[in-house]
Write a protein that binds this ligand. Structure first.
Ligand code: 0RA
Length: 652
């Protein structure tokens, strides 16, 4: 943050529109009147303070959720100008800023060099959508105050209420405090969620190195503790933070920065990066003027292109790629990469579905040039890190190749051997996916019982080997080479992978996972859900995946075996047979039941209960899978230890 002395007063403020329009169509200005829009109000105010910080004039921003439902944002910037407005000498500039749309000084030039605020709508929009707004400004030695009610109606004209306190260096304090109470007639709900705000505030602190942001929740019953975010390392600390739960490939966080000025417009790019040992390729996060550009855009394109080029060039120059070997692909290089690309520019153009894609073309070449040049330098200066990055990317390329071969093998096999169905599959006679069901059964013996028990017209059985997870740390792609998984793919029949999977081709409308209620069963269930989540997501999204619920307990009444579904059933049973001998036994596995019992307790459509798997549940399984299979040995241990007791509910 470098100070940028500009003469800037009331004259730079342009009048564009009144506040009425905002109240009529709030969604146009803040996106929605739901929770997202409500929180946007806070961001809008905070963004103004951050702008002040980015221009080098503020170091501290404090956010308080007030006990009476309001939100207070204060900063130690220059203070909103208090002199008479040039447009209307009867009004202070501050009043204009609060009541005229787009009067923040960000528009019409001469104001900030760069500015944030996704919609850049400014404080006036917040005023329009609040039942009350109070502003206090320390400027020119005096503390000024003004207030508005009912969506921007002036209730207290700007007036001096005292002298500003003196700061450590002896000069009077400057700064702005805005307090607002969202209008309950506009918003569906007006209570703020602390964690939502914290996420954003922390992000702002990461993106603005050295900026101190504090947060206090003063509402009665608040559980969130006061926090202070301040990162001297900026986006380098951001990368460290993201990688904290992962095992990084090396301890250094790479960093590069380049700025450029052209035709009075300034552009700046900053990149921080570090690889971890994980297998995801989605660790690239980009920002433009502090806004998370989740749809990417020119800055991301430039970075990806330069990253791929530079790493390939390095690999060739250092003979890590042989002459006849193919180049590494971008996704190979990005596997395990955590990178933050943050750019600032005078007039950002936001495009795309959610206006979260940066459209400024010159940004692509700036980021590309900066990355090409400085990443190459970084690789040369960090040979041991570079070597690890290359090893990882080469491994990823080999895995990608292996997965492709495996997919092709599966496809060829399906094309060649008749219907292409796996030998282990006991298919059903119905070919109508609306009634056909596939039971994926853990273990051959349970598979046998299930085959005997089933209704062969509508129920297909695919036994799956118990220990498929005991491959070394499973790279997901490697699963594709697993014969059990290949059998599963051919049985389901819709193909595999993001591009190929077609839900309309699936052979069964219900895919039912039937596993033991023990650790192995739970592992297999997690693995299968992860697999479906990552490789056949529409199957989950469209509600085709289910979990069978074999009973948890068995006991005997006289000569009859009784199965009890869960703890509630056990309690009900005990209530009915109070004198029953205390031998309520946990079932060890599906294999303990014979075909009739399996049918009656778990498979009979008129009696069974199936759990339908939602995308959220599958996503959780995916996360659990990452912990179980990932490299963070500590989390894995803790997780297994703390969940070993009730494994049945471990992952869903
Ligand atoms: C217009 C012009 C100037 C500063 C601001 C607005 C300003 C707005 C907000 C909103 C929250 N905090 C803020 N801090 C400053 C420039 C003033 C100058 O030239 O001294």
């Amino acid at each position: 943050m470098t100070a940028e002395p500009t003469s800037y007063g009331a004259e730079a403020i342009q009048v564009l529109e009144g506040l009425e329009a905002v109240r009529k169509r709030p969604g146009m200005y803040i996106g929605s009147t739901g929770p997202a829009g409500l929180h946007h109000m806070v961001y809008e105010i905070v963004d103004n303070s951050v702008d002040e910080a980015m221009a080098g004039h503020a170091s501290d921003i404090n956010v308080v959720l007030l006990a009476n439902g309001g939100c207070e944002v204060s900063d130690n910037g220059r203070g909103i100008p208090v002199d008479p407005s040039t447009q209307d000498p009867d009004k202070s500039a501050a009043e204009v800023v609060l009541t005229v749309l787009h009067a923040g000084g960000k528009f019409g030039g001469g104001g900030y060099k760069v500015s944030g605020g996704l919609h850049g709508v400014g404080v006036s929009v917040v005023n329009a959508l609040s039942s009350r707004v109070e502003v206090e400004i320390d400027r020119e030695g005096s503390r000024h105050a003004m207030a508005f009610v009912d969506g921007g109606q002036l209730s207290e004209k700007l007036h001096v209420i005292g002298t500003s306190p003196v700061t450590a260096d002896g000069s009077p304090r400057t700064g702005t405090t805005v307090r607002f109470w969202p209008d309950p007639t506009i918003f569906d709900e007006i209570s703020f969620r602390a964690t939502t705000l914290l996420e954003r505030l922390q992000m702002m602190a990461f993106l603005n190195a050295g900026l101190r942001i504090t947060f206090v929740d003063e509402r009665p019953g608040a559980t969130t503790e006061a926090v202070e975010y301040c990162y001297e390392g900026g986006i380098r600390d951001f990368v460290r933070h993201v990688n904290a739960s992962k095992e990084s490939l090396f301890s250094d966080v790479g960093y590069l920065r380049q700025a450029e000025e052209k035709d009075g417009e300034s552009m700046e790019v900053e990149v921080a990066f570090q690889w971890n040992t994980g297998y995801h390729s989605d660790g690239l996060h980009s920002f433009a003027n502090g806004i998370n550009t989740i749809e990417g855009g020119m800055h991301e394109e430039g970075f990806k292109k330069a990253l791929t080029n530079t790493v390939n060039r390095y690999a060739r120059e250092h003979q890590l790629l042989k002459e006849k070997e193919d180049n590494l692909q971008g996704e190979d290089i990005r596997e395990g990469l955590t990178a933050i690309v943050s750019v600032r520019l005078t007039e950002p153009q936001f495009e795309g579905q959610t206006k979260a894609k940066l459209g400024n073309v010159p940004m692509r070449s700036l980021v590309e040039r900066a990355t090409n040049e400085k990443l190459a330098e970084w690789l040369e200066e960090h040979p041991s890190e570079a070597k690890r990055v290359l090893q990882k990317a080469l491994q990823a390329a080999r895995a990608r190749e292996a997965a492709r071969n495996a997919r092709e093998a599966t496809r060829r096999k399906s094309a060649l051997d008749g219907a292409g169905l796996p030998g282990k599959l006991a298919d059903c006679s119905s070919k109508d996916p609306r009634e056909a069901e596939l039971y994926i059964v853990e273990g051959n013996s349970a598979g046998g019982s299930a085959k005997d028990a089933r209704n062969s017209e509508t129920m297909a059985i695919l036994p799956i080997r118990g220990k498929i997870l005991n491959v070394e740390r499973a790279r997901l792609e490697r699963m594709l080479a697993n014969t059990e998984i290949q059998a599963l793919i051919s049985a389901i029949g819709g193909g595999v992978g993001d591009e190929e999977f077609a839900a309309e081709k699936i052979r069964y409308g219900k895919v039912i996972i039937m596993c033991d209620a023990d650790v192995d069963g739970s592992h297999i269930r997690t693995l299968l859900l992860t697999f479906f989540f990552r490789q056949m997501r529409p199957l989950v999204e469209q509600g085709h995946v289910f979990i069978a619920q074999p009973p948890l307990y068995s006991t005997e009444v006289g000569r009859n075996k009784v199965y009890l579904k869960d703890d509630a059933a056990k309690a009900a049973f005990l209530a009915q047979y109070p004198n029953h001998k205390n031998e309520f036994q946990r079932l060890k596995g599906l294999g303990e039941m014979d075909a009739t019992e399996l049918w009656e307790t778990t498979m009979d459509p008129t009696r069974r209960t199936l759990l339908q798997v939602s995308v959220e549940q599958a996503a959780i399984a995916d996360e659990v899978f990452s912990i179980l299979m990932g490299d963070d040995v500590e989390s894995r241990k803790t997780f297994i230890q703390s969940n070993a007791q009730d494994v049945r509910f471990l992952d869903i």
